[in-house]
Design a protein around this ligand. Structure first.
Ligand code: PLP
Length: 375
């Protein structure tokens, strides 16, 4: 067995070597402030423009529609609060009960300021049905925000359909695509979304950097006041090295996305088949429309926390839910939202395979899990 088998890629991913190499010059020699007018600032300024264009090309956007942020949490905060604060007449937001806390807590913050927020309940399979949105949306809805793929159970939502419904009612549509960008093909034109959040460390880029896609002409309030960076909509000296690393990581992942999906799906099937052949009784959450490699498994009568710790003892890193929940022993809000039986919910773990996992990793995980669950 390898020293450590990392199977928690939904929490964070290993930095691509190309991204690391691309970052180094901007940390060491080319450290100029991109906003300054002199020659020493020209290279970082161009690096930012190139990174913006490269990221835009990966998601079918225009460069001026990509706004750099400090990561998924900030992008989500900006989308929710920026939308609410932009129009005092049209004040309502619709989201779902199983969003990431970056969305749910942003929604709670605008609710405290008097903006109404309504929460759609996912189906038992972890999907937001277009019919449920049709039943909730009204002409006072300003924003609908539904995640592209759930971070605990991996379900991919019918974003285009949901977005069309929002637009038919004159509302904007935001998707938190933090788990999906760099893992499945995303084209903002095809989806029709107005706002999309992404985070570099989820697609083999550096931590603490991300972006918000804002469709040209979309009216949302600025996020941070200060200097004129990011077209005066998100002030703060740009993190050039990380932004360059993010662009390099995204390009590498998008260029190899077909083989990534095929490899990860095959590892996923191998894990499921091996567990089934070993007669390990499990339930897979999220139906059959999930992110490649993201596997939520429930073992009736088992304790997810105990499984996590026993796997950790043999050098395998997995999760019981999302990273921000891992210190909580309560049933996660996602499993509650899909109304998972409490015995199953208590025995739930999340395995998230990534581009660096191998067949040997998966076989070791299956063997260790079988031993723990079957005793
Ligand atoms: N949204 C989703 C769906 C996530 O999974 C995460 C991180 O786990 C975030 C937002 C927050 O992203 P970041 O860690 O970049 O702040």
């Amino acid at each position: 067995m390898k020293q450590c088998i990392y199977a928690d890629n939904a929490a964070t991913t290993k930095l691509n070597k190309t991204a690391f190499d691309a970052m180094a010059p901007w940390l060491l020699d080319e450290y100029g402030n991109a906003s300054q007018p002199y020659a020493f600032a020209r290279k970082p300024k161009k690096a930012l423009a190139d990174a913006r264009a490269s990221i835009a090309a990966c998601i079918g956007a225009l460069p001026e529609e990509v706004f750099f942020t400090s990561g998924g949490t900030e992008s989500d905060n900006w989308a929710i609060k920026g939308s609410a604060f932009a129009d005092p007449q049209k004040r309502a937001t619709i989201t779902s009960a199983f969003e990431h806390h970056a969305i749910l807590h942003s929604c709670a913050a605008i609710e405290r300021l008097g903006y109404p927020v309504a929460y759609l309940t996912p189906t038992a399979n972890g999907l937001i049905s277009p019919e449920s949105l049709k039943g909730m949306i009204s002409n006072s809805t300003r924003l609908v925000s539904i995640m592209y793929a759930n971070n605990e159970i991996g379900t991919i939502q019918p974003i285009k359909e949901l977005c069309d419904i929002a637009h038919a009612h004159g509302a904007l549509f935001h998707t938190d695509a933090v788990q999906a960008v760099g893992h499945v093909k995303i084209d903002v034109q095809e989806l029709g979304v107005d706002l999309l959040s992404a985070s570099a460390h989820k697609f083999n880029g550096p931590k603490g950097v991300g972006f918000l896609y804002i469709r040209k002409g979309t009216n949302i309030a600025s996020y941070a006041d200060g200097g004129a960076q990011e077209s005066s909509r998100r002030a703060g000296t740009e993190n050039v090295a990380s932004i360059v690393g993010m662009a390099a990581a995204l390009k590498e992942n998008c260029d190899s996305i077909d083989s990534h999906i095929t490899n990860t799906r095959s590892l996923e099937s191998r894990l499921m088949d091996t567990l089934a052949k070993a007669h390990v009784p499990f339930v897979r959450n999220g139906g059959n429309c999930t992110l490649p490699g993201l596997i939520s498994l429930s073992f009736a009568g088992a304790d997810g926390e105990a499984i996590l710790h026993r796997l950790d003892l043999v050098g395998i890193s997995i999760s019981t839910g999302s990273a921000c929940n891992s210190t909580s022993t309560e049933i996660s809000h996602v499993l509650q939202a899909i109304n998972l039986d409490s015995v199953l919910a208590k025995g739930t773990i999340r395995i998230s395979l990534g581009k660096n996992n191998t067949v040997e990793d998966v076989d070791s995980i299956a063997a260790a899990l079988s031993k723990i669950v079957l005793g």
